[in-house]
Design a protein around this ligand. Structure first.
Ligand SMILES: *Cc1c(COP(=O)(O)O)cnc(C)c1O
Length: 347
C-alpha cells in the first residue's frame, strides 16, 4: 500500500474531480477582476440560483468551519443561542468557531434519533428555560446528510421548520454532504431547502470533488445583510475569488455534483452490503449517504489498522467510520470488505 492508495477515513482524502479541475484551468487564462467581481463568480452564483430555482444570495468561503460559523453568526446576536445535535460538526469539530464568530452565542445540544434532530428534541431545549439568565434560543442548525450518514426527509425538514417558525427560530443547514442527501432521496435541492423552510444553507464543495470551497446560500435574503463584510472581516474574501467560484461552475453546470455524490453513495451501499453478512461487524446507522459505520471488536480494528487501513473511530468505542468519495473504486471497497472479514474471522 503506497501513500496515495485510496482510503476510507474521510471523503476529503480524495483529490479534485475532472470537472472542477477543468474549470479552474479555464479560469486560469488572462486577467480577471478581483475580490469576487469577476465573471466566474457571477456565473457560479447564477448556477446556484438556477439549480435552487430561486433568487438566493450566494457567497463563497474557504471551508466549512468558516461557512457554518459566519452563517450562524449572521442569524443571531451574541446573547442568543443555537440549537444543534450533540454530534453536530459545529459542536464537536469547529474548535468553538461558531461561538467565536458570533461573539459568544452559546451552542445548546439536543438529543438525536439516528443522528437527526426532531421537533420534540428542539422544543425540549428551546423551552427549557425562558428567563433572562439563559441565552435566548434563536437558531436551529441541522446537518444534511448527518454526521452519522443519515438523511432528513422533506417531511422531517418541514416539521422542524414549522417548529422553528412557532418558536421564532431561524433554520440553518450544514450541507457539507448536501449533494449526497439529494442523490439519496432523488429530491431537488429546492425541496430539501427553502421549500422545506430552510433559511440558510452551507453547501459543501470540498467533499464533493473541489480542492477547497463551500458556498453559503441565503434563501431568506434579509438575513444576508452585510454578510459580505462579515466574510471579509473573517479573512474569507479571496482576492482571486475566481479560483473558488470557477470549480462550482464545473460541478453545477452538467450535474457533476449529483453524479459524484451518487457514485459515493453507491460505494457506501456496496460496502454495507458486503459487510452485512460478516459475523462480528454490526451496522450502527442506516446507510443513506456516503458513510458506513461499523461496530467491531477493538482487536479487529487494530488488525485492520495494521493492514494499512485508515479510518476514524470518533463515534465511540468500537465504532469505525468508512467514507466513500466521488472517485472511490468499487474494487477497493471489495478489498476493504475482504480485509474486514479476514480480521474478524481471525479474532
Ligand atoms: C467536513 C465537514 C464540514 C466542513 O469542515 P471543514 O474542515 O471546516 O471544511 C462541516 N460540516 C460537516 C458535517 C462536515 O463533515
Amino acid at each position: 500500500m503506497t501513500d496515495s492508495t485510496q482510503q476510507f477515513a474521510s471523503d476529503n482524502y480524495s483529490g479534485i474531480c475532472p470537472e472542477a479541475w477543468a474549470a479552474m484551468e479555464q479560469a486560469n487564462h488572462g486577467h480577471q477582476r478581483a475580490y469576487g467581481d469577476d465573471q466566474w463568480t457571477a456565473r457560479a452564483a447564477d448556477e446556484f440560483r438556477r439549480l435552487f430555482e430561486t433568487d438566493c444570495e450566494v457567497f463563497f468561503a474557504f471551508n466549512g468551519t468558516a461557512a457554518n460559523s459566519l452563517a450562524l453568526s449572521s442569524l443571531c446576536q451574541s446573547y442568543h443561542s443555537v440549537i444543534c445535535s450533540e454530534t453536530a460538526h459545529v459542536e464537536t469539530d469547529e474548535c468553538g468557531a461558531p461561538e467565536f464568530f458570533s461573539n459568544g452565542s452559546k451552542l445548546l445540544t439536543a438529543r438525536t434519533e439516528a443522528g437527526k434532530l426532531t421537533p420534540a428534541a428542539i422544543r425540549e431545549v428551546a423551552l427549557k428555560r425562558l428567563d433572562i439568565h439563559y441565552p435566548k434560543p434563536r437558531v436551529v442548525t441541522l446537518t444534511q446528510a448527518t454526521e452519522v450518514g443519515s438523511v432528513y426527509r422533506p417531511d422531517e425538514l418541514k416539521a422542524i421548520s414549522a417548529t422553528c417558525k412557532e418558536l421564532g427560530l431561524n433554520l440553518h443547514m450544514d450541507g457539507a454532504r448536501f449533494s449526497n442527501a439529494c442523490a439519496f432521496l432523488g429530491c431537488s435541492p429546492a425541496e430539501l431547502t427553502w421549500k422545506a423552510g430552510v433559511d440558510v444553507l452551507c453547501f459543501g464543495g470540498t467533499k464533493n470533488g473541489m480542492a477547497v470551497g463551500e458556498a453559503i446560500l441565503f434563501f431568506n435574503r434579509k438575513l444576508a445583510e452585510d454578510f459580505d463584510y462579515r466574510c471579509k472581516q473573517a479573512g474569507q474574501l479571496a482576492s482571486k475569488m475566481r479560483f473558488l467560484s470557477a470549480p462550482w461552475v464545473g460541478l453545477l453546470e452538467n450535474d457533476a455534483w449529483l453524479r459524484h455524490a451518487s457514485h459515493a453513495n453507491h460505494c457506501a451501499q456496496l460496502l454495507s452490503q458486503l459487510a452485512s453478512d460478516i459475523p462480528g461487524a454490526e451496522l450502527m446507522f442506516p446507510v443513506e449517504a456516503n458513510g458506513v459505520f461499523l461496530k467491531m471488536p477493538e482487536p479487529a480494528l487494530e488488525a485492520l489498522r495494521s493492514k494499512g487501513w485508515r479510518f476514524y473511530t470518533f463515534i465511540g468505542s468500537g465504532g469505525a467510520r468508512f467514507m466513500c468519495s466521488w472517485d472511490t473504486e468499487p474494487a477497493r471497497v471489495r478489498e476493504l470488505a475482504a480485509d474486514i472479514r479476514q480480521v474478524l474471522e481471525a479474532a
